[in-house]
Design a protein around this ligand. Structure first.
Ligand code: NZQ
Ligand code: ZN
Length: 385
């Protein structure tokens, strides 16, 4: 196991009815900006619950944060927060609202052009405090220090990390997820699954807790994911999916182990160019990525085949093929298509995708061995046609 320092300060309030806890979390005198997306939080009553808890407080609202949150939109919130002297942000929604709010939190006190936080990794010296009420289990944003923001004008989708943007707290009420449409149920399960894979399916480093924990999350997603379609109002199913998604990307799975993240890097370029949902891009890329890199991931692929898919006998190459095929079939069963053509993209512009990838990676190899060159990425894209 590699050395690591683990820190996760996010207080989690998990379970039905926990939205009331925000009353204790947000300081009484705070000037709060509630951020949200396209309106799902009004349709499912989550915003009404939040506002009832904060009745009598000094509260403003900023809506319209879109999926793959746009810098252009977020800057409007930054200006509003500066004008109004907002000193606390409460994000209510999915990963896009949470990520967008993290950017707002860092951008409000930032001196200079806030885009530099993303494009030039400008240091974040301070940030407004953030609370979150999560309505879509997927990204892990509610319990991590990452945010991904897109700039529509230039076709860039970039991330930044700062310990200052960890939420102060996260409310995870599984009942808020009953209203998710099937597409977002599938997206959430696939995203959480791939988060685990990026931190687990690399090469062995004798990290037994991390491995078993990763496998436990994958097995839970495989077991519970399809049930969310079949019995959408099953609390236990939603609770298990919600906790699985949070645990997938809050630090423990990835502590002290090699990490990949190349599937995400390629996926972000697909979203930036074609507008596909984040998880849709991962479902396109991951099976092809595993196939192309089967030699360097061989030992972990065999472990994954055995412990996650029960494939423990017969020819090793055939086992690896079967594990990759089962992964693909699971994504399809979660109603997330696994090829460009599945989304009507008959002739993907691989040259343009690779040019953007090169721009964003600075030409460095990706993956746990830094051996995912542009040529390897091209093979992955080709195989995912
Ligand atoms: O906008 P509203 O009306 O709220 O509707 C949303 C949106 O249309 C809807 N939705 C959310 N909760 C709902 C609901 N509809 C009904 N009932 C509910 N309870 O779902 C749609 C998608 O929401 P979005 O927030 O975009 O989805 P997700 O949570 O998958 O977030 C995706 C974003 O997170 C980034 C992705 O790149 C993408 O930009 N990621 C963030 C990460 C992080 N911070 O660590 C890691 C991830 O790998 C990922 O990159
Ligand atoms: Zn993801």
């Amino acid at each position: 196991m590699n050395n690591f320092s683990f820190y996760n300060p996010v207080r989690i309030h998990f379970g039905a009815g926990q939205i009331k806890k925000i009353a204790d979390e947000i300081p009484a005198g705070a000037k709060v900006l509630i951020t949200y997306g396209g309106g799902s939080v009004f349709n499912n009553g989550v915003m009404q619950q939040v506002e009832a808890v904060l009745a009598g407080r000094d509260v403003l609202r900023f809506g319209g944060i879109e999926p793959n949150p746009a810098y252009e939109t977020l800057m409007k919130a930054v200006l509003l927060a500066r004008e109004q002297g907002v000193d606390y942000l409460l994000a209510v929604g999915g990963g896009s609202v949470l990520d967008g709010t993290k950017f707002i939190a860092a951008a409000v006190p930032f001196e200079g052009e806030p885009w530099d936080i993303l494009a030039h990794k400008a240091r974040v010296e301070s940030a407004l405090p953030i609370g979150t009420v999560l309505t879509l289990p997927a990204t892990g944003s509610e319990s991590n220090a990452a945010a991904v923001v897109s700039r529509r004008a230039t076709g860039d989708k970039l991330s930044f990390f700062s310990g200052l943007i960890f939420p102060r707290f996260a409310v995870l009420d599984p009942e808020t997820t009953y209203s998710l449409p099937p597409r977002q149920i599938g997206n959430g399960v696939v995203d959480a699954f791939v988060h685990v894979v990026e931190q687990y399916l690399t090469f062995p480093c004798d990290a037994k807790i991390q491995d078993r924990f990763a496998e436990g999350i994958l097995l839970t997603l495989i077991e519970e994911g399809p049930k969310a379609f079949a019995t959408p109002n099953d609390y236990a199913v939603r609770a298990n999916l919600m906790w699985a998604a949070t645990m997938a990307l809050q630090g423990v799975v990835g502590a002290g182990v090699p990490q990949d993240w190349s599937t995400h890097a390629l996926g972000h370029e697909i979203t930036a160019m074609y507008g596909l949902d984040h998880a849709q891009t991962l479902a396109i890329v991951l099976p092809a990525m595993l196939h192309v890199r089967r030699a360097s991931k061989r030992e972990k692929l065999l472990q994954y085949a055995e412990r996650v898919w029960n494939l423990s006998s017969g020819d090793e190459e055939a086992r690896i093929d079967a594990a990759i095929e089962k992964t693909r079939a699971f994504f399809e069963a979660m109603q997330v298509k696994t090829s460009f053509s599945g989304y009507g993209i008959a002739e993907p512009d691989f040259n343009a995708l690779l040019a953007k990838l090169q721009e964003h990676s600075g030409g460095a190899g990706l993956g746990e061995r830094r051996d995912v060159t542009l040529e390897v990425s091209r093979q992955v894209f080709e195989l995912a046609r």
